[in-house]
Structures are given as C-alpha cells and as structure tokens.
Design a protein around this ligand. Sequence first.
Ligand code: FAQ
Length: 330
Amino acid sequence: MYGNDFGPKITADGDAGDDPALLDGFQRTLDAGERIEPRDAMPAGYRKTLIRQIAQHAHSEIIGMQPEGNWITRAPSLRRKAILMAKVQDEAGHGLYLYAAAETLGASREELLNLLHDGKQKYSSIFNYPTLTWADMGAIGWLVDGAAIVNQVPICRCSYGPYARAMVRICKEESFHQRQGFEILDTLSGGSPSQHAMAQDAIDRWWWPSLMMFGPPDDQSPNSAQSMAWGIKRFSNDELRQRFVDMIVPQAKILRLALPDPDLRWNAETEHWDFGAIDWAEFFGVLKGDGPCNEQRVAHRRGAHTDGAWVREAALAYADKQATRTAEVA
Ligand code: FAQ
C-alpha cells in the first residue's frame, strides 16, 4: 500500500491549483520525506516537470538501443552476442517502466512518442554519437552506463513514488551493464597492441560526451533549483559530474587506459579530481540537432514505430476480444 497521511488526495484533475489546503498537504508530504503518489494533489508545475524528465529519460532508453543494436550482429563471440542482446532488451524494458511511470501522471505513451518523433521532446545527447568499433560497446557500458548509474541512484529517492520505484530496478540492471562494459575493455586492453589501441580510441571519443550527459553547468541549468526544491533531483548536475569523475579515474588505472584530459589532477584540498574545461558549445549544438547522428537516430525511431504498427493493432484487437469475452461471461 503506497500513500501518506498528509492532506487531501483527490481533486478533479489531480492538480492542486491555488488551493492552500492541497498545496499545504503536498508540501508537508515532501517535508516529511514521504512520496507523492499518483492520486495525490500536486502543483501543475511538478506534474509537468516530472512528465518532461521521465519522458526524456524513457526516450533516451529506447533511442539508446540503437548505437548498441548496431553491433549485435558483429559481436566477436556467441557469448558477447548473447550478453549484448540481453543488455539492449533491458533498455527496452527500462523504456517501458518509464513510459508507465509517466502514464500515472496522465501522459500516454502514444502522446509522448509523438512528441519524440516530432522533435518536441529531447533524449540524451550521448546517443547522437556513432559506435565505430566493438570497443565502443565497452566504452558505452563503462562510461555511459556508469554516468547513468551516478545520475540515477539518487532518483531512487525521488519524491514521486512511481518514478523512484522504477529507478530501483533500472539501477540494478545498469550495474550489470557497467560491469559488462568494464569487462569488454579489460579484455581489449590486455589483448594485442591493436586491441589496446582500439579500447583507447573508444575512451578518447566517449569521455567528453559522457561528462556532458549530466547536463549543463549549474549556473546554466534552468530547471535544477525548482527540481531540487521538489525533491525530483537530489544533487546538482555539477555535483554528480564530479562524483562520476572521482569514480572513473581509479577504474581507468585498473583498465590501463588513459582519460583524454591533460588537466586531470588530484586536488588534495578538495579531495576530488579536477578536470579540464568541457566544450559546452558542442553539447548545445548536439541538443539543437547538430550532433553526428541526430537525424539518423530520429529517422530510425520513426521507421521502427511505423513498422511496429501491426503489433499495436494486433494487441488492441486481442484486448478488445478479451474484454468482449469477459463481458459476455459476466
Ligand atoms: N541530453 O535545466 P537542466 C541512459 C536539457 S539514460 C539532452 O539541467 P534537468 C541509460 C534538459 O532536458 C540517460 N538534453 O535540465 C542507457 C533541459 O531542456 P528542457 C538519460 C539535456 O532536467 C545507457 C536543458 O537541457 N538519463 O543513459 C541533457 O534539470 C546506455 C537544461 O538542463 C536521464 O534522463 C542531456 N545530456 O537536468 C541507455 C536521467 N542534459 O527539457 C542505453 C534523468 C540537460 O528544459 C545505453 N534525467 N538537457 O527543454 C535527469 O537527471 C535530468 O533531466 C538531467 C537534466 C540531469 C539529464
């Protein structure tokens, strides 16, 4: 049983509007560290922010299947192929949990997919880069899933119940994804000189885009302050980016691979790794649609949606039949 004891729960549209009693109930729930649940009254802005973030997150999972899907047929062994297929399937599952979480806020999957296909909602910048070699599967697992874990573990404590609960399972699976990426790179790094070079090249290409995944610097992040006040975000973009760098530097040493940043230095005062300047012009360019693969990713997604129309129609026809049968029996 989910829910809490703070204030009235149900309004006609679920939004608290200006009603002081409803807003007070919402705030007291947050202050007590309890979860907001779908039936609870909430400010319209809270609902809108959650739909935006959860939808972007869901879109990232399903678009994120493409760069890796590209390598399933070319995985170097049956074992690697089976693992990669399982990982890509996990990502489809993550998309499903997240679209379901958004549905509890009143946004249907169909509506959100239309917004993605029309370029009206975003997905993570990272998936607009190409996967050129097998080592990219290692770099994505180690760096991209590593960044996703650092960003997403705090979301398990997000104030909105359905999102927080979806993230618990997603994070468990992401941990496995990161381990498999690390293992691919460890194998390549300890292999022939050309395999080692292939692993290094992948790290050189994926390092900076992975740092960008955490979003713009705090002083250019318009949504952070409100999202943190609402308990949707628990840490700022820069805090999580720093946490990621601190986690990755020692792991890179174990992998015998270099991170492509001449300014990377241990800072004994702050007890963190200092790192070089991020090219934010590149990040904002990718967000605008100018990344190496933006067009290809969205075109492929639209095509997959069109090709899958018959599956959706068949599922609806089956559901109708079942409903008719149940009604007849009743
Ligand atoms: N890419 O004010 P903020 C994964 C946008 S899942 C694109 O700081 P916010 C699993 C932002 O939306 C990866 N856009 O925004 C996997 C906003 O634009 P808007 C996805 C970005 O929301 C692994 C504007 O910039 N993870 O990798 C990005 O407070 C391997 C201003 O930014 C999530 O979605 C970006 N990187 O903070 C799958 C986690 N960063 O909407 C396959 C949940 C920012 O106002 C293979 N999301 N923008 O038009 C979050 O934690 C937050 O939404 C942030 C952004 C931190 C991403």
